[in-house]
Ligand binder design. Structure first.
Ligand code: RTP
Ligand code: MG
Length: 141
């Protein structure tokens, strides 16, 4: 299996709940290394640009409003099969459907305030990592 990188965002609801450390522990226990990290309060333009693929979806405005409602914690995770592994740790988009023990089952309230983002493919991971981190700020190890 290949060493991969994926982009993870701890969304405003989970930052407000003070569970950054608990979520980081799950990444670490799954063998994912944090190789870049940054806390940031996204501007509307940054959030809209990040979610540009969803621009035509009915939930786009609500998603952007939520993502700019407070600071987020953005990290690059590195490890074997990192994209899929992170999605597995996250659980289903709707926390009501998320498997027990997943981040969303344990920390998310609703499909809008669902605690975390994770890249959904290796291709999108590369695009999303570059959106937030210059290559020199990612410390592969
Ligand atoms: P994410 O991108 O945040 O990791 O989540 P995801 O892949 O599981 O879900 P995606 O389809 O990419 O949607 C992005 C975010 O938009 C919100 N959403 N709301 N009301 C709705 O039907 C709906 N569908 C999606 C969620 O907050 C989702 O995480
Ligand atoms: Mg997605």
């Amino acid at each position: 299996m290949a060493l991969e990188r994926t982009l993870s965002i701890i969304k405003p609801d989970a930052v407000a709940k003070n569970v950054i450390g608990q979520i980081y522990t799950r990444f670490e226990q799954a063998g994912l290394k944090i190789v870049a990290a940054r806390m940031k309060h996204l501007s509307r333009a940054e959030a809209e640009g990040f979610y540009a693929v969803h621009r035509e979806r009915p939930f786009f405005n609500a998603l952007v409003e939520f993502m700019i409602s407070g600071p987020v914690m953005i990290q690059v995770l590195e490890g074997e099969d990192a994209v899929r592994k992170n999605r597995e740790l996250m659980g289903a988009t709707n926390p009501k459907e998320a498997a027990p023990g997943t981040i969303r089952a344990d920390f998310a309230e609703s499909i809008d305030a669902n605690a975390v983002h994770g890249s959904d493919s290796l291709e999108n991971a590369a695009i999303e990592i570059a959106y937030f981190f210059p290559a020199t700020d990612v410390y592969s190890r």
